[in-house]
Design a protein around this ligand. Structure first.
Ligand code: GDP
Length: 469
């Protein structure tokens, strides 16, 4: 398929979803003001609109099965993944002695949650990929496995670069010339270099843009695939659980992040907010597969044990998977250590094996699950409904969009802009509007999400000429 075809196909889905966010939000607001005798009728209008929207969405989702390009997509996904893994393997296992190549070190112990620490290691790995310098990871006393560290859970990142190769590491400011450089937290790097997240390598950007609706997520998913190669015990542990809980598809994964996160870094979201989108997914799925009978399954990952009983009592038509003991181990007082680690690894694994995710992207757990999911699904950027933030990488460079249709401000807090303006986005409100700043005019506020497109940020990175695939 041409790049233009793939982009157009995705645009039709994105625009359809944006249309429904806007129309349903407005219709529901009007419903509150409709006088009693007409309210029932108005609700019928809303329900009919929502149903027609799902039929349209189902048709769009079915397109990839019949346009004749799906086997190309599968092959391209596999071939790019093989290329990425071969590059990373070469990066991490230099043919020269490790002490003879320029290298980087990074300490996983950021002192935060699992998702947060993995993303910190991912920022280091992204830099290593970009510079073509192998990464040596330190994890002594890692709070999720204090005795054995990272290498007991995942394969060590290198066969021939070890901790002994990190002596006299220099500060980040000398990254261009020093032999060994320690990578600081992303938040402490000023200025950020343009090869840092969320950029993709320029030499792969065309292929990535054709393959995937969110090239950075796919790229970072591939870095993660190498970084988190499970040790045999972990592979076995996950496989056994999969079998014992009888994990089957279709399944939607929801991540309900509560406890310490609520009020500090995220808002409370009621279970009904998640289930509304789960129901939406399944109705659409039924329209995609009119002859199919299936059970509606939901995998719940949460740090709040009460969520399971609430979900089961309020939604009897669903089969809920998930483990109260795991949720207990996720609570703040028992959060660290090996038991809790097993729980979070299980939850991320099952979320990533789901067909669709409903979650808050303010949580690093759901972002990790979404990134891992992209290792498996083909062009799966659409397989999520976030309840708060759009996808992001903590500490990232600006997230820019381009205005494709000019706008004259006509709604509360909206700003006007011209086609071609660059807009730094701060979030989608999932009601037809996004929030951001026009970098051309300097204005900020709300803007209609349907008038912009994503800009794929690219940067020159090391090109791995030694790898021919
Ligand atoms: P964030 O705080 O949600 O952005 O994610 P982090 O991973 O950085 O920190 C939260 C930590 O809480 C996780 O690493 C887990 O230890 C625990 N946690 C939060 N939600 C879940 C969940 O759904 N399942 C499990 N098993 N643990 C969770």
């Amino acid at each position: 398929p041409s790049l233009e075809y793939e982009q157009l196909r995705r645009k039709i889905q994105t625009q359809t979803r944006e249309l429904s966010y806007f129309a349903l939000d407005q219709m529901n607001k009007i419903a509150e003001k409709v006088p009693d005798p007409f309210r029932g009728n108005w609700q019928k209008v809303i329900d009919r609109f929502a149903d027609q929207y799902r039929v349209l969405l189902a048709a769009i989702r079915n397109l990839t099965d019949v346009d004749g390009y799906q086997s190309w997509r599968e092959q391209e996904h596999e071939s790019l993944s093989n290329l990425m893994q071969a590059r990373l393997n070469a990066l991490q296992n230099p043919s020269k002695r490790c002490s003879d190549v320029k290298r980087l070190s990074c300490n996983i112990n950021k002192g935060c949650g699992y998702g947060c620490e993995i993303h910190h290691a991912m920022h280091c790995f992204h830099v290593a990929y970009a510079l073509g310098r192998p990464l040596i990871l330190f994890s002594d006393g890692w709070r999720y496995n204090p005795r054995g560290g990272f290498d007991e859970i995942f394969h060590p990142l290198s066969k021939n670069c070890t901790h002994a190769d990190v002596v006299g590491a220099e500060a980040w400011a000398r990254y261009k010339s020093a032999d060994v450089v320690e990578i600081p937290l992303i938040d402490n790097i000023h200025p950020k270099e343009d090869f840092m997240p969320m950029t993709v390598p320029a030499d792969l950007s065309q292929r990535l843009t054709r393959l995937h609706g969110n090239p950075f997520v796919w790229f970072t998913g591939q870095l993660m695939k190498y970084l988190l190669r499970p040790q045999p015990w972990l592979t076995e542990f996950l496989a056994k659980k999969l079998e014992s809980i009888k994990f089957e598809t279709p399944i939607v994964g929801i991540h309900v992040r509560r406890t310490d996160k609520v009020g500090s870094e995220a808002a409370f979201h009621d279970i009904s907010e998640y289930m509304k989108f789960v129901e939406d997914y399944y109705t659409t799925y039924q329209y995609q597969n009119p002859e199919l009978t299936f059970k509606k399954r939901v995998y719940i990952a949460t740090d709040e044990p009460k969520v399971f009983s609430e979900a089961r009592s309020k939604y009897p038509a669903y089969i809920f998977y998930g483990d109260t003991a795991v949720a207990q181990s996720a609570q703040l007082n028992s959060r660290y250590g090996t038991e809790s680690l097993k729980g979070v690894l299980l939850d991320i694994h099952f979320l990533s094996l789901s067909d669709y995710l409903v979650c808050t992207f303010s949580s690093q757990i759901c972002r990790v699950a979404y990134e891992v999911m992209q290792q498996r699904v083909i062009d799966g950027a659409w397989r999520v409904q976030p309840l708060d933030d759009v996808y992001y990488f903590g500490g990232q460079n600006a997230h820019n969009q381009r205005a494709v249709i000019s706008n004259t401000a006509d709604w509360p807090n909206e700003f006007s802009f011209q086609r071609g303006d660059i807009i730094g986005t701060e979030g989608n409100h999932w009601d037809g509007f996004s929030k951001g700043t026009d970098k051309t005019s300097g204005q900020s506020g709300l803007y209609p999400s349907y008038k912009v497109e994503e800009i794929v940020a690219t940067a020159e990175m090391y090109t791995y000429p030694e790898i021919k695939v």
